[in-house]
Ligand binder design. Structure first.
Ligand SMILES: O=C(O)CCC(=O)C(=O)O
Length: 327
C-alpha cells in the first residue's frame, strides 16, 4: 500500500465545523484537546482500573500472535478465540514484559459499554457501568444518533486487522491512555483490498484478506497500488473514522485504553463499500428475516448454511461489487 496522505490533526471543533469540514465530505481527522476534562484520563490508568474493576470477569480476545483477528491462523476457532478472566488477570497478561502480551485484547465486541437500538432505551453494561461517568459524549454529533460505545484495553504490539465497521456508522475513537498508529483506506480503494468474499467460509466480509504487515503481493497484486492514509493518536486525541473507511491499528503504548462512539449517519454517503454492505444486509435480511443484525457479528456464517445455489449467486454479485472500477 502507498501512503498518500497523513491524517490531519486539528484543535477543538464545534459540531458545525466538524460536520462541514469532515463529516459531510467523509474525511478522517485527529482532533486534539477535547478530552482534557475527562476523569478517564486519570481513572483508566492500569493501576486505577485494577483497583476499581480488578475482580470483574470479562470476555476478551486471545490471538495466536499479535494480530486481532489473526486470519493466518489455521482454524476459525483460533481466529476468533475469546476467553473469560478477571480484569486483573487480563491486565497482568497485557502488561507482561514479553511479546506474548500482544495476544490479548479487550474490546466492546464481547462486552459493549453502551448500546442504543432503534426505539429502545440506552443499555449499559452492568459490568462496566462504573466507567460511564468517566467521559462525556463528544459534542460533535447528535446524541439521538448514538448507536454504541465500546471500550478497548491492550498492551504494546497489538495490531488489529484491516476492516470496515459493519454497522454502517461514523466513528470517533478516543485515545484515553497510550498511543496508536492507524492506517485508513478510502472506500473507493476497496477493490484493491480483496475483502473476504460474501458467502465464503471465513465470514468476515468486512475484513481485507491482505495482511497489512506483510502483504502477499503475488496473491493480492492490486494491494501494491492501494492508496491509504496514515495517522498517529496520542493520549487525549479523538480520531474520526468516516463510515465505510477501512482501518487498522498498531498499539504503541505499553498500556492503551480507548473508548469509541459510533453514531448513525443522517445519510449514507454512496461508495463501493456502502453498496456491498447494503447488498450483504439485504441478502441477510431476506434469508434470515432479521430486523437488525448485531453490529459486529460476523454474520456471513448464516450464508454458509444456505444452499449452494444461493451462495453461488451471492458470490457472483460480490465479484461485480469488487471488480476494478471503469476508468
Ligand atoms: O483500536 C483498534 O485497534 C481498533 C479500533 C477500531 O477498529 C475502531 O475504532 O473501529
Amino acid at each position: 500500500m502507498q501512503i498518500t496522505q497523513s491524517v490531519p490533526t486539528v484543535g477543538p471543533l464545534t459540531q458545525a465545523e466538524f460536520e462541514q469540514r469532515f463529516v459531510r465530505v467523509g474525511r478522517p481527522v485527529v482532533i486534539r484537546g477535547m478530552l482534557e476534562r475527562w476523569p478517564a484520563r486519570a481513572s483508566w490508568a492500569a493501576e486505577r482500573l485494577r483497583t476499581r474493576l480488578g475482580d470483574v470477569v470479562l470476555r476478551g480476545k486471545v490471538s495466536t500472535n499479535h494480530m486481532h483477528p489473526n486470519f493466518l491462523a489455521p482454524s476459525m476457532a483460533q481466529m476468533f478465540r475469546t476467553e473469560e478472566r478477571s480484569v486483573a488477570a487480563w491486565l497482568e497478561r497485557m502488561l507482561a514484559r514479553d511479546s506474548q502480551r500482544a495476544r490479548y485484547l479487550i474490546s466492546g465486541q464481547e462486552e459493549p459499554l453502551v448500546n442504543v437500538r432503534r426505539g429502545q432505551a440506552r443499555q449499559t453494561s452492568a459490568k462496566l457501568a462504573a466507567l460511564v461517568d468517566d467521559f462525556a459524549l463528544p459534542p460533535l454529533f447528535d446524541e439521538s444518533r448514538l448507536y454504541t460505545i465500546w471500550t478497548w484495553f491492550s498492551g504494546a504490539g497489538v495490531r488489529t486487522w484491516l476492516h470496515f465497521d459493519n454497522n454502517g456508522c461514523d466513528n470517533l475513537n478516543a485515545q484515553v491512555h497510550g498511543e496508536k498508529r492507524c492506517w485508513l483506506v478510502p472506500p473507493g480503494q476497496q477493490w484493491r483490498l480483496s475483502p473476504f468474499p460474501l458467502g465464503a467460509a471465513v465470514p468476515a466480509y468486512n475484513c481485507s484478506q491482505v495482511n497489512l504487515e506483510s502483504p502477499d503481493l503475488a496473491q493480492f497484486p492490486e494491494f501494491a497500488q492501494c492508496q491509504g492514509w496514515e495517522g498517529r493518536l496520542e493520549a487525549g486525541d479523538l480520531l474520526y473514522i468516516p463510515a465505510f473507511w477501512y482501518h487498522a491499528f498498531e498499539h504503541l503504548g505499553r498500556y492503551n485504553a480507548n473508548v469509541n462512539f459510533w453514531w448513525r449517519p443522517t445519510e449514507t454517503r454512496p461508495s463501493d463499500v456502502a453498496h456491498r454492505w447494503q447488498l450483504h444486509r439485504q441478502c441477510a435480511q431476506a434469508l434470515a428475516d432479521e430486523s437488525e443484525s448485531d453490529a459486529h457479528a460476523l454474520d456471513g456464517g448464516r450464508f454458509a448454511a444456505q444452499s449452494a445455489a444461493v451462495r453461488a449467486f451471492l458470490s457472483r454479485l460480490d465479484k461485480l461489487a469488487l471488480s476494478r472500477p471503469a476508468e
